[in-house]
Design a protein around this ligand. Structure first.
Ligand code: COA
Ligand code: AMP
Length: 631
């Protein structure tokens, strides 16, 4: 069947289509109700099915006779370690960790936060929670205690699972003091903190709530998988929204398992036993779906890579990993390719490795610019597939479905709608736009299985943020257009979310932090184009009357404040002082106008602006500070 026929089936008869896909996984009780609605009318998949994700990822393969196959390869250039784990070994550790967590009082219906670097124990912790029906919330290790505290207060974990340290290019990051600080900041106090001592020399301040990871695992018996309902939340994953408070995206169990199996086979085109590598982090949705659950459910070997595309030790790392572990399909963010391209423009390192095992390169997390795609294809002539998705969707929404039909690539487009996603482009008033007309990217309900179930403890925000703008549709927050052949081009976020080196961040949250500085009267944080990271934040600040702090001092303090509250990953480096901010007559800051000025794009002066002269003032400050296109 070709792509179009397959896609049409999923849209014309979603219930039949997804009933068939449900046969691809094992159930403790097979669902009879394929598609139904919750009390608000939002679609639910496989409501009466019973299963367990950890069972699908581990136990099933062992029962099928694949226990001695490699499940996980831990490759860590920063500790110079390569370690392989079979399905038997992973299951043994996960089942005992699950036993240990049970002995700490954790059970189905509870939550646990996982704050870990890219080590196998991060995946073990996720799988152990899944095994006993505990909903996990993984927090990216680059987030500061303040961010961790926000998540602790929102999802109220009984236990936090962490490690003594993470490693960045040039430094060891002690995690335990950060966890302790977050617990101090949070109102909710977890009962226990399970700490894996990596023995790398990091400081591990002792607290009464500490439990040693190794002692817990080795002192516990294996426990079996707890059957859970289809809509039982496997995890909550926080992502940036348009306010200072991140949103806890809730993922179901059954729809997600079916969607991941489907993705591995039909989108990524990989077969069981293939080595699949998503070079991302367990703290992001890519890590959940395509480092941990997807590949393991599909019985692929997955790679947990603790390093960066460059400087660990150099820009050959990716190709070394591909060659050494015979990776079939790989996933990374375009920013990683841009970083490699900058260090190795002629691809000399690529030639040093036999990367012939690599069949397909997948790219996502941000827009893939044409220059990056072309560089990749010039040096590695295999399909380089851009594909579009979000934390909310949990799996790709636009792609080239490599397991169905490889369609010609159109640079700049992330491909065509994936089966199950009826993607439309709407105008401001909800009208469907024609070919090549730019508008809001939306998906007609029902969304397919595996997509977001809700926002944790906040259905109102879920309804308001995603469903209210265009009734009957899911609003993605992205803008874009569809050409006359159905290829979709994503043009970027239409809200205050920015994408910095593939990391999704909220400018509204940064604004709140910048505004909290005692010298700041008013501020705006916008995302501007950046050659390496795609986008970086820029803060514009109006100081309080009479404030005469030197610019460099103020900039330093604001940058430190953002690093302290959000984390270094926010990458705020530039703070520009302005006399006034351009606003509408009703007082709304014209952020889009500011972005266009910084990026050197053509713009129309909004008719609602209260004083046009501010545009020149701002431009002069950007020129002086060598910002964006004025570098
Ligand atoms: N723990 C602690 N700190 C972290 C961190 C973590 N897990 N991840 C990043 N940071 C810190 C970095 O050390 C850096 O700190 P610094 O400002 O003191 O140098 C800062 O956050 C910014 O990090 P990063 O965005 O990674 O920038 P970089 O300059 O170190 O590296 C790239 C640039 C392009 C190599 C890197 O961003 C990259 O590999 N990007 C790919 C992203 C990706 O895979 N995203 C997932 C979506 S698919
Ligand atoms: P996240 O939830 O962190 O995965 O970020 C999702 C957002 O990243 C999307 O809403 C897009 O704005 C952006 N994004 C992800 N993949 C792509 C892509 N292939 N092309 C363009 N934008 C993308």
């Amino acid at each position: 069947m070709n792509y179009q026929e397959f896609y049409n089936q999923s849209i014309e008869n979603p219930e039949k289509f997804w009933a068939e896909q449900a046969n691809e996984i094992d159930w403790f009780a097979k669902p009879e109700q394929i598609l139904s609605n919750d009390e608000t009318g939002y679609p639910l998949w496989y409501k009466d099915g019973i299963l367990n994700t950890c069972y699908l990822a581990l136990d099933k393969h062992i029962q099928d006779g694949y226990g001695e196959k490699t499940a996980i390869i831990y490759d860590s250039p920063v500790t110079q370690t390569v370690k392989k784990y079979t399905f038997n070994e992973v299951k043994s550790e996960v089942a005992r960790l699950a036993g240990g967590l049970t002995s700490l009082g954790l059970k189905k219906g509870h939550t646990a936060v996982i704050y870990m670097p890219m080590i196998p124990q991060a995946a073990f912790a996720m799988l152990a929670c899944a095994r006993i029906g505990v909903t996990h919330s993984v927090v990216f290790g680059g987030f500061a205690p303040h961010e961790l505290a926000i998540r602790i207060d929102d999802c109220k974990p009984r236990v936090i699972i962490t490690a003594s340290s993470g490693i960045e290019i040039d430094r060891l990051i002690a995690y335990k003091p950060l966890v302790d600080e977050a617990i101090e900041l949070a109102e909710h106090k977890p009962k226990k903190v399970v700490v894996l001592n990596r023995k790398l020399g990091a400081r591990i301040p002792f607290k009464k709530y500490d439990v040693d990871y190794d002692a817990l695992v080795y002192g516990s018996e294996e426990v079996p998988c707890v059957p859970v309902e289809a809509t039982h939340p496997l995890y909550v994953l926080y992502t940036s929204g348009t306010t200072g408070k991140p949103k806890g995206i809730v993922r179901d169990t059954a729809g997600y398992a079916v969607a991941l199996k489907f993705s591995m086979q039909k989108i990524y085109g990989v077969k069981p036993d293939d080595v699949f590598w998503a070079a991302s982090d367990v703290g992001w949705v890519v890590g959940h779906s395509f480092i941990v659950y997807g590949p393991l459910i599909n019985r692929n070997t997955t790679i947990i890579f603790e390093g960066k595309p460059i400087k660990t030790p150099d820009s050959s790392t990716f190709w070394r990993v591909v060659a050494e572990h015979k990776v079939s399909a790989m996933f990374t963010a375009p920013t990683a390719i841009r970083a490699i391209k900058k260090e190795d423009p002629n691809g000399e390192f690529i030639k040093q490795y036999d990367i012939s095992s690599l069949r397909t390169q997948f790219l996502a997390g941000e827009r893939c610019d044409v220059a990056t795609l072309e560089w990749y294809q010039k040096h590695i002539p295999i399909p380089a597939i851009d594909h579009w998705w979000q934390t909310e969707s949990g799996w790709p929404m636009i792609a080239n479905m490599m397991g169905i039909e490889y369609l010609p690539i159109k640079p700049g487009s992330s491909g065509k709608a994936v089966s199950g996603y009826n993607i439309q482009i709407l105008g401001e008033n909800g009208q469907e736009l024609g070919a090549n007309e730019e508008g809001y990217v939306v998906i007609k309900l029902p969304l397919p299985p595996g997509t977001l179930l809700n926002i944790w403890n906040d259905n109102e925000r879920f309804q308001a943020g995603y469903l209210a703008k265009f009734p009957g549709y899911y609003f993605s927050g992205d803008g874009g257009f569809k050409d006359d052949e159905g290829y979709i081009f994503i043009t970027g976020r239409v809200d205050d979310v920015i994408n910095v080196a593939g990391h999704r961040l909220s400018t509204a949250e940064m604004e709140e932090i910048v505004a909290s500085h005692q010298a700041v009267a008013e501020c705006a944080v916008i995302g501007i184009n950046d050659e390496l990271k795609g986008q970086i934040p820029l803060a514009l600040v109006v100081t309080k009357f009479g404030e005469n702090m030197e610019h460099f001092q103020l900039q330093y303090e604001i940058v430190q404040l953002v690093r302290e509250k959000i984390g270094a990953v926010a990458s705020l480096r530039d703070v520009v002082l302005v006399q006034r901010l351009p606003k509408t007559r009703s007082g709304k800051i014209l952020r889009k106008l500011l972005r266009s000025i910084a990026d050197g794009e053509n713009f129309q002066i909004p008719s609602t602006i209260d004083d046009e002269a501010i545009i020149e003032e701002v431009r002069d400050e950007f020129i002086k500070a060598k910002i964006g296109s004025f570098k």
